[in-house]
Design a binder for this molecule. Sequence first.
Ligand SMILES: C[S@@+](CC[C@H](N)C(=O)[O-])C[C@H]1O[C@@H](n2cnc3c(N)ncnc32)[C@H](O)[C@@H]1O
Length: 372
Amino acid sequence: MAKRKSQLVMLDHSKAKVMLLQKYLEKYLNIIANDGFTKKINVFDLFCGEGVYENNGEGSPIAILKTLKDLHFINKAKNKSITKVDLFFNDKDESKISKLKSIIDEKKLHYTDFGKLTFSSKDYKTIIESLAGYIQGLNNEKAFVFIDPYGYKEIRASEIKKLLQSKKSEVLLFLPTQFMYRFNEKGTPEALIQIIEELVDIKSWKPSLSVYQFIDQFKDALKNYLGRDYFVDTFSIEKDASTVFCLFFFSSHIRGFEKMLETKWQIDDDEGKGWSYEQTGNLFAVYKTNPLEEKLISLLSSNRKIHNGDIYEFTLRNGFLGKHATEIFNSLQANGKLEVLSTNNEKVRKGAFYVSYENYKSSPQKVYFKLK
Ligand SMILES: C[S@@+](CC[C@H](N)C(=O)[O-])C[C@H]1O[C@@H](n2cnc3c(N)ncnc32)[C@H](O)[C@@H]1O
């Protein structure tokens, strides 16, 4: 049977997907491999494909291997020893796995002192349970799982939950949201019902007006389903005006989650779609509301005492970074709208908000905020 064109030639949206995977892995591996605590990192690419496409585009396994190789040599040059990283590549299609093996050999992409390299040609469905069990049993080890199917029919939210439950893993899932959304418009088909049914009562699922609205609704449903122990964010990739894919990122660690958000903002900034905050309140500025500013103001309007740690977590859960909240607070403070007080109710130095991971860990209640 002739292969579909989109599965043979690496298209731009696939490049964007692999770029996000690679940039995130660089950050993740660098931090975890040097944390002095983790004994080993396990990276699983469950739908890995053949590695190199006919147009020489490089797929996820090559991105993973190159990232690991770079990390290894950078650390070696600095005389630093790093944690071993075991790689697991799986694809149902045996011929793809054998092609991948020969590319790795030919291009010398892996050395035994990096860690173990394992291949398998199994159906995702048959390995997910044992993989979840394997991750559960890890001791002082971490796992990163990349799930990149052609469609969405095979994937279940409950499987993602199982992979995350040990709190030792992060999951990156790529889904063709546009196709899911299209089906959603026409009336939800069986396969979409199954994945959504796990998340919400299907009767409360609203038809979406755009694919982006669908992604938001789907993300919120995933957040509710997984609960507050987990962090979920998305990165959308537009292949063309009518085709939007989406990467869903899941983590049980706020630090890993922050790295993912940093990667996402880094890519957005490079493409000019990133953060642009225009201060409001300026007489001459066109009034423009920033979505994070709106959310922060609404949070601070509640009767609860909101500390720096709350702001950090809230900001990340909404897909933004601590520096974005700080920028907004700087502006609110400059316009006399924000008061920052220490726990003994003393005014704090201007511009000090303590919205960072370090403060979140060491002093999440250093200061609290009041709207004036
Ligand atoms: C979208 S491609 C993966 C592309 C790859 N991650 C990359 O970046 O180049 C999906 C792959 O999943 C494989 N596949 C399809 N169904 C599968 C299943 N049930 N279990 C495991 N692999 C499967 C296909 O052979 C195909 O190579």
